[in-house]
Design a protein around this ligand. Sequence first.
Ligand SMILES: *Cc1c(COP(=O)(O)O)cnc(C)c1O
Length: 398
Amino acid sequence: MMHVPFFRPSITDAEVAAVTGVLRSGWLTTGPRCREFETRFAEAVAARHAVALSSCTSALHLALEALGVRGGDLVLVPALTFAATAEVACHLGAVPVFVDVDAKTLCMDAAAAGRTLAVLREGRPIAGLAPPYGAVRAIVPVHYGGLVADVVGLRRLAAEHGVAVVEDCAHAFPAQYRDDGWRPAGAGADVACWSFYANKTITTGEGGMATTDRPDRADRIRCMSLHGMSQDAWRRFERGGSWDYEIVAAGHKYNLTDLAAALGLVQLERANELWQRRRTLAARYTEALAGIAEIDLPVEPEDRRSAWHLYAVRVHHGARDAVVKRLRERGVGTSVHWRPLPLQPYYRDRWGYRPETFPVAAREFPRLISLPIFPDMTEAEQDHVVRELRSALATAKS
Ligand SMILES: *Cc1c(COP(=O)(O)O)cnc(C)c1O
């Protein structure tokens, strides 16, 4: 029987050579490869500044810090997201306020965000949250599966309320959205945060990036990524650099290594090729699964081009777990993105979140299955997934 994993990284001899080159270079940690990765990545997402970091989680943390999120502040986060998006608000002593998602895109619903902001402004309770409320500082949309959220609507809302937009772009490289013309995901965000985790669309093993057009924000993020030092370590070792530095804040240790950046530079060069392969696979899934009544397929509105990090289908109610189990038995790896975060014990118990506060996320989560999609997936592997999914759905129905 054929085995199709949920994900397999795409690593060529070029990545191996680039990392080996760094190993032989005498400089392993943050240095020239990181600087080059920052420059090229900033170009790719049309941002003025980029700071290479150890993860998207650290990028989100430092983005909120740089935007002035402090104890007691509120941060709006979609109910359907990964732990990282909300935990960083908690690290700063802020309160994550969860907002429901749009039924079609599974991204934060701008209308729901507007209603949440109105409720907060009027000082009415949300779940177990009670007034008096702190200031809302930021909205953090997630581009679910690689499809850009309604950033135009969310930015308009943010501007009306005087709050920042930090985009969780962990899935979204190199997605695009149409505003005046086609723009890369993250372009126009106050800060955009990217992930190069092993199974994301390009990888450095572990790694991340923060991008922004504002030099003061980039400087603050860079400073806080390396112990709050006034100048970073690699500049200290440059010719003419000094041993001296000032510690201006209690920072973190969130820098990226040159080993990782060298890997990232090759992946970045291959990003379009990797993306086109994902787009082809997504189109093939959509064609092969189109006729099946029991599932809903992911959408790509005509004003967006998904990065296709995920291909998440929704099965009819009650069938999901049986289908996942059957696929596993038939050699197909899948995943679920995600149990709504506010229903996880920590958020549920600490702030009293209940499914009624996010009816769409609560209704759609039990239907979600993410199918394997990765650039090196063969057509034979994809055909196996389609065949086994059809059969699992038929079995679950009977
Ligand atoms: C993967 C992921 C992150 C975290 O990325 P890391 O680089 O592993 O820190 C954040 N948000 C979302 C939506 C993710 O899927």
